[in-house]
Design a protein around this ligand. Sequence first.
Ligand code: NAD
Length: 485
Amino acid sequence: MEEKTPVTVAAGDGIGPEIMDATLRILEAAGARIEIEKIDIGEKVYLSGNTAGIAPEAWESLRRTRVFLKSPITTPQGGGYKSLNVTVRKTLGLYANVRPCVSYHPFVDTKHPVMDMVIVRENEEDLYAGIEHRQTREVYQCLKLITRPGCEKIVRYAFEYARLNNRKKVTCFTKDNIMKMTDGLFHKVFDEIAAEYPQIENEHWIVDIGAAKLADTPEKFDVVVMPNLYGDILSDVAAQITGSVGLAGSANIGEHVAMFEAIHGSAPDIAGKNIANPSGLLHGAIMMLVHIGQPEIAGKVHNAWLRTVEDGVHTADIFKEGLSKELTGTDGFADAVIERLGQYPERLKRVEYSQGDEKILTSYVPSPHDTEIRKDTVGVDVFLEWKGGSPEELGKRLESANGRGVQLQMITNRGVKVYPGGMPETFCTDHWRCRFMTDGSNPTIGTSEIIGLLKRIDGLGLEFIKTENLCTFDGQPGYSLGQGQ
Ligand code: NAD
């Protein structure tokens, strides 16, 4: 007998225990070779005083089994409780969120009958780094971090996923017409890696028009890869337009650990009533079976599920008079899937998973770009909080801080150049970015020039709130220009 794969399982909150029970019953009946280790997460753990919602012994299980099947949890209202999902994803380095969005026309009502796309969302970076500051009385900031390793990992994952699943096209969405450095890097890495997969079509859309196309003609998309925020929003849009957000599962893949779940929440409004649809979690579990090398069981469960939906055995959330044949509950739906194990859908496309799906490349090999890059500091942006008067006044005052290697080049307010030569119409807040560059006495500046400058600015009675070094990388500026510069 083949060995069983240990899997950490959390039943979660709300409808979690019911849908987990249904899912595990189906997996067992299908002959899944898994050994379950149960852990507690969520509301109970939060309310016991653990603000992370997960106990130390649960981490131990996760790090040992490396496979996590998770029901939704309830995050208690009120401050102080951290999102468990974000904590688990980031702590365990689950960088890829993979969400297949498929419509089941004509058995589940949808405006998009031929939709079969997979969204691959970057899961750790972008605005989700959670580094936010209130810098001045008027201005708040959230840092958007995009890294080359992060882009390479997620883009390569998307192409490997496409290759192994016989997908024809990978589309990338960014906003690199505006965010030329951060989203620009994501797009550049996409182009570099796409070139290694000539057999797979590739395209890039600016996210605004891309999102409009995705919502209007989803049948034109296949695999879509995106930075975190766009992926978070658009994967919900894509799941919803298949007909029901309640049907989709998702995989969170890392180099060491992977987590599988439904995309919906704990639905406290219907908890304990045996009416929840277990399909979202079941789809997560199907992805898990592929990941742990049991594609034949994954296919068996998926085809039985398709047949059940096709036979019109529906839970209340997708039940539609005239379309559905039998209204069933959580348990009854699981029984119906179990009865159909070994059967295939007659009209919906049957599913076949192959060996090797689980071998999607997940270990990061740094590209040669990372090494040997020459970095020179050529200036510094000094950010000030100031509510004194006009940009002209500030500019004249700051010019007296020039000297000893640096000189004021420009001042911007919310990114728009206001000195020298600003427009009186530009609205200004109390947050000023003052760009000082080397004065030409030396090609570069060092820490002592920056500290000297800050001392002189302080001496002028101006309050600096942060600095940002301006560097060139192999001679190329690593900073954007001011708008209007
Ligand atoms: P929700 O997804 O739980 O529910 C939204 C609506 O969809 C509700 O009307 C619910 O009854 C229905 N619904 C959801 N899943 C269903 C299913 N399987 N079958 C039938 N109907 C279903 O979203 P919410 O109400 O915004 O959030 C409830 C709780 O879930 C919150 O505490 C939230 O923090 C948490 N949540 C957890 C996760 C997670 O653990 N992955 C994800 C999202 C929300």
